[in-house]
Design a binder for this molecule. Structure first.
Ligand SMILES: Cc1ncc(COP(=O)(O)O)c(C=O)c1O
Length: 381
C-alpha cells in the first residue's frame, strides 16, 4: 500500500493534537450544558469556557476578560476591522492596512472602503516587509485604525508590529494585528507587540477548525458585528461552541508550556529541508525575509519550472501549496509575491513548504529527495 503524502502544509492547517481531542471529547459527549444556563450543567460548561479563556489569555500575556471567542480567525478579523470602525466617531474614517494582508483582513477593509472609508494600502519591500517609515507617513489626523499582520501566511515574513505600535499609541489610533500564523510558532505577547486587537486561529495550532479568538485590550472601543444575546462580553452573540473553545484553550496551554522547544524543532526541520533542497536544486531562491520570518515556513522558487507543476509531479509523496490555501485553486500569481515585486518567472516557480511540530527529519529527507527528483524531471523536459 502506498503511504500517505508527507504533509508540508502546516500554514494551511494542522492536525488536531491527541491531547486536545481528549480535552474536547467530554464536551461533545456527556457534557452538553449551555454556558448561559444557571443550573449545574450550564455552570460546568461556563467553567470550561472560563478555563479556556484563561489558557488563551495566558499564551499571549493578556487578561482573560480581554479574550473574545469567535467562529474562526476570519470572523475575528472582521470583528476587529468592522467592529472597530463602527465604534469610531464620524470624523475618523481612515484605515491603513498592508498590501500583503490575508483576504480575511483585506475583505473587511474593502467593505469599509465601499462604505466611504479612506483606505491606505501600504507597500512592502522585496522581503515582504512593511517599512515603518511608510506607516509613519501614511498616518493622518483622521486615521482610526491600522491593521498589519504579525507574520505573512505565504512567505512567513514578520512585520514591524511593535514599531508600528509606537506610532499609533501616541496618536490614540487602534492597532490590530492578525497573528493567525505567528501564535504558537514564535512568542506572541500583546504588550511586547503593543497591539489593541489581535487575531488567533485555533486550527493553525492543533485545535480543530472553526474556532478563533480576538484579543481586545481593555478600554478599546469595539461594537459587535452580529446582534443577539450578550455572550462574549456582548461582542459575539450566539451559544458558545464549548467543545471547540475547550480545544483552543487546551491547544494554547500546550504551546505555552513548550514554545521554545516547538520553535526550535520547527526551525531545525525547516532549515534541514532548505539545506537538502538547496543541495539538489541549483539556482533555488529563497523568498521572504531570510531571518525575520516564521521558523516553520520555507518559501522558495524553483528555477525553470512552475511550482504548481512541481507539486503535481510530487503529489503522491508530498502535500504542499504554491501559496495560501485560499488561492491555490486559482492560476493567478499570488498577490503577496506581486506586492514584493517578483517577476512572473520567480513567482511561477514558487512553492510554500511549511513544517509542523509533528514533522520528522526522516519526512524532511524523503520530501526533499522527492521534490529534487521531480524538479529534475520537469527541468529536463
Ligand atoms: C494570516 C491568516 N489570517 C486569517 C486566516 C483565516 O483563518 P480561518 O480560515 O480559520 O478563518 C488565515 C488562514 O489561512 C491566515 O493565514
Amino acid at each position: 500500500m502506498m503511504s500517505a503524502p508527507i504533509y508540508l502544509d502546516f500554514n494551511a492547517t494542522t492536525p488536531v493534537d491527541p491531547e486536545v481531542l481528549e480535552a474536547m471529547l467530554p464536551w461533545l459527549r456527556e457534557q452538553h450544558g449551555n454556558p448561559s444556563s444557571t443550573h449545574e450543567y450550564g455552570r460546568r460548561a461556563a467553567d470550561a469556557v472560563a478555563t479556556a479563556r484563561a489558557q488563551v489569555a495566558h499564551l499571549i500575556g493578556a487578561q482573560p476578560r480581554e479574550i473574545v471567542f469567535t467562529g474562526c480567525a476570519t470572523e475575528a478579523n472582521n470583528l476587529a476591522l468592522l467592529g472597530g470602525a463602527r465604534a469610531m466617531p464620524a470624523h475618523r474614517r481612515h484605515l491603513i492596512v498592508s498590501a500583503i494582508e490575508h483576504p480575511a483582513v483585506m475583505g473587511p477593509a474593502m467593505a469599509l472602503r465601499d462604505q466611504g472609508w479612506d483606505v491606505t494600502v501600504l507597500p512592502v519591500d522585496t522581503f515582504g516587509r512593511v517599512r515603518v517609515e511608510d506607516v509613519a507617513s501614511a498616518l493622518r489626523p483622521d486615521t482610526a485604525l491600522v491593521s498589519i499582520m504579525h507574520a505573512n501566511n505565504e512567505v512567513g515574513t514578520l512585520q514591524p508590529v511593535s514599531e508600528t505600535a509606537e506610532l499609533t499609541r501616541a496618536r490614540g489610533i487602534v492597532l490590530h494585528s492578525d497573528a493567525a500564523q505567528s501564535a504558537a510558532k514564535i512568542a506572541v505577547h500583546v504588550d511586547d507587540l503593543g497591539v489593541d486587537l489581535l487575531t488567533l486561529a485555533g486550527h493553525k495550532f492543533h485545535a480543530p477548525k472553526g474556532v478563533g479568538a480576538l484579543y481586545v485590550r481593555r478600554g478599546t472601543q469595539l461594537r459587535p458585528i452580529l446582534y443577539g444575546p450578550d455572550q462574549e462580553h456582548g461582542l459575539r452573540p450566539g451559544t458558545e461552541n464549548v467543545a471547540a473553545i475547550v480545544a483552543i484553550g487546551a491547544a494554547a496551554a500546550i504551546v505555552a508550556s513548550r514554545l521554545p522547544k516547538i520553535s526550535a524543532h520547527l526551525r531545525a526541520m525547516r532549515d534541514r529541508l532548505h539545506a537538502r533542497l538547496a543541495a539538489g536544486v541549483s539556482g533555488l531562491q529563497i523568498n521572504g525575509h531570510p531571518e525575520q520570518r516564521l521558523p516553520n515556513t520555507l518559501h522558495v522558487s524553483f528555477p525553470g519550472v512552475s511550482g504548481r507543476d512541481l507539486l503535481a509531479e510530487a503529489a503522491d509523496s508530498v502535500a504542499a501549496s504554491v501559496g495560501s490555501a485560499c488561492h491555490s485553486a486559482s492560476d493567478a500569481v499570488s498577490g503577496v509575491l506581486a506586492a514584493m515585486g517578483f517577476d512572473t518567472v520567480r513567482a511561477t516557480g514558487a512553492v510554500r513548504l511549511s513544517v509542523g511540530r509533528t514533522t520528522t527529519a526522516e519526512e524532511v529527507d524523503r520530501a526533499a529527495a522527492t521534490l529534487v527528483s521531480a524538479w529534475g524531471r520537469l527541468y529536463a523536459n
